[in-house]
Ligand binder design. Sequence first.
Ligand code: ZN
Length: 77
Amino acid sequence: MSKPGVTYTAEPPIEGKTFVCKRCKRTYAFPQPGDRPIRCECGWWYLNDGGNIREAYNQRIEPYRTPRSVRAVFTRS
Ligand SMILES: [Zn+2]
């Protein structure tokens, strides 16, 4: 007796508005203000900062967790 395959994922299914990475076209749930940033596989991060999407390139900086000073990532200029 085999059960149907189940896909395990840490993320809930994407519902509603989506955000597409401008560089690699991966699709994510649209980030809300105050959410943790989208950390795209291609190295670009996207943060909803009070309604404006801010972007920053952070290839392989602490790839497995969000750094404590995540806002600083987006305030470089
Ligand atoms: Zn990407």
